[in-house]
Design a binder for this molecule. Structure first.
Ligand code: GLN
Length: 277
């Protein structure tokens, strides 16, 4: 390719107007293995032809819309770095609320069983396993490609998680019980314009869309969950910004008690939970 940037300053100039400067600096930090302060203070630092080519590639892909998390292969969740690929949803900060809600309900040293449905990158399962070391965590996903990513994260972060390839509860043994079931299922309505915008365009559709109202998978999970919960066990579900009332209704209709919704940092009712009586 012609005109590869020979210095940090030239690379930043090439990115101007195409991607945010913060992202260009992030790419340079990753490529050069240096701090943000070094990037800012030494625009004259040289790039090797290989580094310049890698920068040009990242710039072109990002300018075409590819998510930064997929380009760098990593996204932080609950203070830890998770590997991500286009086989998995990119972990979102609002999903961290599920971890906080579980920790509020469960004693840290309790030897209990936790199930994560549709684990994707494994962000929830691995985090829960590390935050609640006495718990036994099972994570399912129907995508073997996602499970490979989740397994790699569990190994890299030193978490013990049992992974099962399963369409929600289908591959779990009848009679298996959990004190806590969590899920960040797909919940966007099919055809929602949001699916055609930004990072979401590059994420697996199976992790995002779920029927005409976005509730198909949540309906399935709520219907099947009681048979896999211990009495007093909790079900916690992430859902869309406008679905809290509908999910509370589903849980109440399904016989759950202590049904409530919790707001994320943006003030949106994002997680709804209930308890098997
Ligand atoms: N919160 C995601 C989004 O709106 C959707 C994630 C999901 O469906 N679980 O992009």
């Amino acid at each position: 390719m012609a005109d590869l940037p020979a210095t940090v300053g030239a690379a930043l100039a090439a990115a101007r107007g195409r991607i945010p400067a913060s992202e260009a600096r992030l790419f340079l930090r990753e490529i050069l293995g240096v701090t943000a302060a070094r990037i800012a203070a030494y625009p004259e630092d040289a790039l090797t032809p290989e580094q310049a080519e890698r920068f040009a590639d990242l710039l072109a892909c990002r300018a075409a819309g590819e998510p930064v998390a997929y380009l760098l292969g990593v996204r932080e969740f609950y203070g830890r770095d998770f590997q991500v690929s286009p086989a998995v949803l990119i972990p979102r900060p609002e999903t961290e609320l599920i971890v906080d809600l579980v920790r509020e309900r469960v004693p840290a040293g309790a030897a209990l069983a936790i199930l994560d449905l549709g684990t994707g990158s494994g962000a929830l399962a691995v985090t829960l396993a590390l935050e609640l070391p006495s718990a036994t965590v099972t994570a399912v996903d129907f995508s073997s490609a996602a499970l490979a990513v989740a397994r790699a994260n569990a190994e890299a972060l030193g978490a013990r998680v049992r992974f099962v390839e399963s369409d929600w509860f289908a591959a779990l043994a009848v009679g298996e019980r959990f004190e806590v079931i969590v899920s960040n299922p797909p919940y966007v309505a099919d055809g929602d314009p949001h699916l055609a915008e930004g990072d979401v365009r590059f994420e697996p559709a199976s992790a995002l869309a779920s029927g005409p109202a976005g509730l198909d998978d949540i309906v399935r999970i709520v219907a099947a969950a009681p048979a896999f919960l211990t009495p007093g066990g909790w079900l916690l579900l992430e859902h869309g910004y406008d679905q809290a009332a509908a999910v509370r209704e589903l849980l109440l209709a399904g016989g759950f008690a202590e049904v409530a919704s919790a707001r994320d940092l943006a003030g949106i009712e994002r997680i709804t939970l209930g308890r098997r009586p």
